[in-house]
Design a protein around this ligand. Structure first.
Ligand code: 13P
Ligand code: SF4
Length: 313
């Protein structure tokens, strides 16, 4: 590590103390951010950690909807994120106004609306319950039987949940721009190179790719899957940041990033907007913060709490 990186790390640790802050990081963050964080995990684990913390400041290293979820659960805390522009293509695919207009035009259906956590606070405020990739199956299994389900915004994750639960749902046609880049041919090619390998894929992948996987699960569940896999070679079909934590926690495995047709691995440019420098700056300046109108926050809090009550940690 360069002297500058060591200095910045020290500054971050000092500021963290001064601010009484906790650093939460998603599994796709760059390694140096993961290594300095108090907790690294998937969207579900991060939501639980955000709800539990007694720190005054949450420095959220992930994308905006994750930091916003932390703020919804902690209206009296300061939530900062290293880069305000770290968005998500799934969030963009479902603007709250479009969902409100759709629900208005389909009032007679009386939809039970389930939102994947990768959406804005405005969308969460229009929903009955939130899910993550880690608990979607459990929560859809608990949905009322006497109402049709609308699942937003990820059509690929929704299709996987339908397969797993046998529950029919109407699907919003959003997608993750990173996970749809993995193709049947790119995964078949790498499987030919590593014929003994098992394949683990994120449920945001397309059905064609998912069908090539031995396991489909959230980023957090990938850790246990790789640690316990009975083979050495594992092809990991998700964003490249995942490999950092996997290499640390399953060091005896040969972890191979899932390739696309264009690259040997695939980055989410939103996740990669965060850097150690920007983390230091947001702790120093207490900016940018996550803010939202209180009425939206209150309406978004109920479906998130419903999720946390209905799912297992
Ligand atoms: P996880 O909750 O499984 O970490 O997924 C979050 C995400 O954004 C995947 O692209
Ligand atoms: Fe959003 Fe996809 Fe990036 Fe996850 S990987 S944050 S779903 S754009």
């Amino acid at each position: 590590m360069t002297t500058t990186a060591i200095d910045i790390k020290e500054e971050i640790l000092q500021l963290k103390k001064e601010r009484n802050a906790v650093i939460l990081a998603h599994n796709y963050q760059v390694g140096e951010i993961q290594d300095i964080a108090d907790y690294v995990g998937d969207s579900l684990g991060l939501a639980y950690k955000a709800k539990e913390t007694d720190c005054d400041v949450i420095a959220f290293c992930g994308v905006h909807f994750m930091a916003e979820t932390a703020k919804i659960l902690n209206p009296n805390k300061t939530v900062v994120l290293p880069d305000r522009e770290a968005g998500c293509s799934l969030e963009e695919s479902c603007p709250a106004e479009d969902l409100a207009a759709f629900l208005d035009a389909n009032k007679e259906k009386n939809y039970y609306v389930i939102a994947y956590i990768n959406c804005s606070g405005g969308v969460k405020a229009l929903c009955d319950v939130i899910v993550t990739s880690g608990n979607a199956i459990d929560i859809v299994n608990k949905a009322p039987q006497d109402r049709p389900i609308l699942f937003v915004p990820d059509a690929n994750l929704g299709a996987w949940v339908m397969e797993q639960t046998g529950r029919k749902m109407d699907l919003w046609q959003g997608s993750c721009y990173v996970h749809v880049e993995f193709t049947q041919s790119s995964i078949n090619k790498i499987k030919e190179e590593y014929p003994e390998a098992l394949v683990v894929a994120h449920p945001e992948c397309t059905t064609a790719v998912r069908l090539l996987a031995d396991e489909v699960c959230s980023t957090e569940k990938m850790i246990g899957y790789c640690q316990n896999a009975p083979v050495k070679d594992i092809i990991v079909v998700t964003e490249s940041g995942m490999l950092h934590r996997l290499q640390k926690e399953a060091p005896d495995k040969n972890l191979i990033p899932g390739p696309t047709d264009k690259c040997a691995c695939n980055d989410c440019h939103f996740m990669k907007m965060n850097t150690l420098e920007k983390l230091r700056d947001c702790l120093r300046d207490l900016s940018p913060t996550v803010e939202m109108p209180e009425d939206v926050r209150q309406r978004a809090e109920a479906p998130i709490n419903r999720m946390l009550e209905q799912s297992r940690k």
